[in-house]
Design a protein around this ligand. Structure first.
Ligand SMILES: Cc1cc2nc3c(=O)[nH]c(=O)nc-3n(C[C@H](O)[C@H](O)[C@H](O)COP(=O)(O)OP(=O)(O)OC[C@H]3O[C@@H](n4cnc5c(N)ncnc54)[C@H](O)[C@@H]3O)c2cc1C
Length: 568
């Protein structure tokens, strides 16, 4: 070939190749991002595992009995999950007061204040009739775990409505996003993410959620056995697996032993699994704990229909289940306050905060109004007036005296770091819910974290194709749980350390996480002026997106620029 023609054809090929590479690059970037998103969803969220709820891929169930210790919210869901995978499931629950009525309507359930909807108290569970916040991930899971969930839940007095609040941070309104599509770009996609811009969640008190779950799960899955018994220890066989659950049945003095093929510790607050394992010489299981010194009161008012309909709440927030939520920035104070719907015509006013001793908590309507009046805002301007009207309205004609007043000291926050000793765990022992991590309740993450644990368990069990629990099951499961929930511990702790009354974890000071705390505050400020920041702040908190979705390059850049400007 003529060298000139040859040279021309090389030039031509190089140009074609360059054009090809340049035009393929954006497609490659999209592909890469999709792969990364897919990986992030499967490692850092339980969104993929939603697909396996309610079924078992393998034709045979696993042999023997799955023993669930603790039959509260997490335990019930863990039992429901295990019912798809094991021949037999037994829940051992110590608490006598675990009521089964929803809503508790019997006359005998009337409390000292004439309210009907308060069920018996649970000795081991704090402030059970407090309104709880639950994130949309919980609804996605419950719809797959409980037949006709929406219908039965609504029939039972629960509500399914968007995850939306009227929230103020020292007077700055924290808005909800208009859309997850930001300037034409969306957040990462997953087939299980709800279509609505403001995804629905469940709304009900904890007192009623737990009996509702118990009724629905026990009625729909009669194979699950429920025993009133306190588990005192575990025994370990030669293979290292747990081969005995030692328990005392309610009303008896002597212990019995059950042979489990799998044990799930859902003992919440008592995190009993740590002691059981340590008695077997496993561990010590590392634990970190700090005390945010939170205390708050809820006053529940029982209203007739007319009084309920005429509550003096602004029209634009009237339909919200939590129509008002306010907290002081840690640089200004530690007060918190919110107002929410309960069940059966009850309405609750909650107030308290960080480092506020019991004697300083309002005891009368006038003291509550003063508490609100003293709320510190960034602008120095007072908060909205309508809250005073609301307090007056609820308190008039002896309303305050008739209301149910309950104070709660929040226990210290604890993270049991099973994942750090994961390879020493018996292969057939896992822990879920508050038995692993107990957070500051003001962030409203505890129940959904328990649900996420049960869904993670479902994903792990579905991958087991044999009929026994494989060698590294507990190790992999506890490491996975940490990847999916560890962020909630870090974020809650960083925020709680901002309050000077918090007692930090041993060996830490309140300065821990200070730069991150400053960045989060800038982020919050940004949400008030920037739609993308608002969306990125809102969506990952629903437990349906990986936490990394919080930051895009643009939002990160804006936060960094704001911090740099402040430090100039
Ligand atoms: C005041 C307050 C407000 C809260 N607000 C919210 C909120 O808004 N949103 C939210 O998501 N979370 C909130 N939480 C946290 C939430 O209540 C918990 O995360 C949730 O109850 C944990 O459920 P669980 O099933 O893991 O544990 P638990 O509810 O603690 O249940 C553990 C169960 O184990 C049983 N048990 C213990 N030891 C044994 C044993 N040895 N043998 C047999 N049984 C045993 C107990 O009797 C109990 O039934 C709040 C908590 C408090 C205290």
């Amino acid at each position: 070939m003529d060298p000139a023609v040859w040279k021309d054809s090389i030039n031509y090929s190089a140009i074609v190749l360059a054009i090809g590479v340049i035009s393929a690059y954006p497609l490659y970037r999209i592909w890469r991002t999709r792969q990364e998103d897919r990986l992030n969803f499967s490692i850092y969220t339980a969104m993929d595992d939603l697909d396996v709820l309610g079924r078992r891929s393998s034709p045979n169930r696993m042999m023997g009995t799955a023993v669930i210790v603790g039959g509260s919210i997490t335990g019930l869901l863990a039992a429901r999950v295990c019912a798809d995978h094991f021949e037999r499931v037994v829940i051992l629950e110590a608490d006598e007061g675990a009521d089964t009525e929803f809503p508790a309507a019997a006359e005998s359930k009337r409390d000292a204040h004439g309210n009907l909807n308060y069920v018996s108290r649970r000795a081991r569970v704090a402030q059970t009739f407090e309104i709880h916040l639950y994130q949309p991930f919980a609804l996605l899971a419950l719809r797959r775990l409980i037949p006709d969930f929406d219908e039965s839940f609504i029939d039972a007095g629960g509500r399914i409505e968007p995850w939306s609040f009227n929230a103020y941070w020292s007077g700055v309104k924290i808005g909800v996003p208009k859309s997850r599509y930001i300037k034409g770009r969306g957040l990462p996609k997953h087939h299980n993410i709800p279509k609505e811009d403001l995804p629905d969640t469940i709304w009900c008190t904890r007192a009623n959620l737990e009996p509702f779950l118990r009724r629905e799960i026990m009625d729909s899955y009669p194979g699950i056995e429920f025993m009133k018994a306190t588990v005192t220890s575990l025994t370990q066989g030669d293979s290292g697996a747990i081969n005995g659950v030692v328990y005392t049945p309610k009303g008896q003095k002597s212990t019995k032993t059950m042979t489990p093929s799998f044990v799930v510790d859902c003992t919440g607050h008592s995190k009993a699994g740590v002691k059981w394992l340590e008695h077997l010489g496993i561990g010590p299981v590392p634990q970190v704990s700090y005390d945010p010194l939170q205390r708050y009161v809820t006053v529940w008012f029982k209203l007739d229909e007319e009084k309920f309909l005429n509550l003096p709440i602004p029209k634009e927030v009237r339909g919200l289940d939590c129509c008002f939520y306010a907290f002081e920035d840690s640089s200004l104070g530690g007060r918190l306050l919110w107002a929410s719907n309960g069940e059966n015509g009850t309405f609750g006013l909650s107030f308290g905060g960080f480092g506020i001793p019991s004697e300083e908590l309002p005891k009368t309507p006038e003291e509550l109004k003063d508490f609100y009046r003293e709320f510190k805002t960034f602008s120095g301007k007072p908060m909205d007036d309508w809250y005073y009207d609301l307090v007056d309205y609820l308190s008039q004609d002896g309303g305050w005296e008739r209301a149910h007043y309950e104070e709660c000291k929040i226990p210290p926050c604890v993270y049991v770091k099973y994942h750090e000793v994961a390879s020493t765990l018996p292969r057939n022992f896992v822990a879920l819910g508050d038995a692993v991590m107990r957070l500051s309740p003001i962030y409203g993450l505890g129940v959904t974290k328990g649900v996420l644990g049960a869904v993670t368990l479902a994903g792990a069990l579905d991958k087991v194709h044999g009929r026994t629990i494989p060698e590294n099951f507990a190790r992999d499961m506890m490491i996975s749980l940490d990847k999916r929930t560890g962020w909630s511990w870090d974020q809650a702790k960083i925020s709680d350390y901002g309050y000077e009354t918090t007692i930090p974890c041993e060996g830490e000071s309140l300065d821990e996480g200070a730069p991150m705390r400053a960045a989060i505050k800038e982020f919050l400020q940004l949400t008030t002026v920037d739609e993308e920041a608002k969306a990125r702040f809102y969506y990952p908190r629903l437990w349906i997106y990986p936490n990394s979705t919080m930051l895009s390059e643009r939002v990160f850049g804006m936060i960094a620029a704001r911090i740099a400007a402040k430090n100039k």
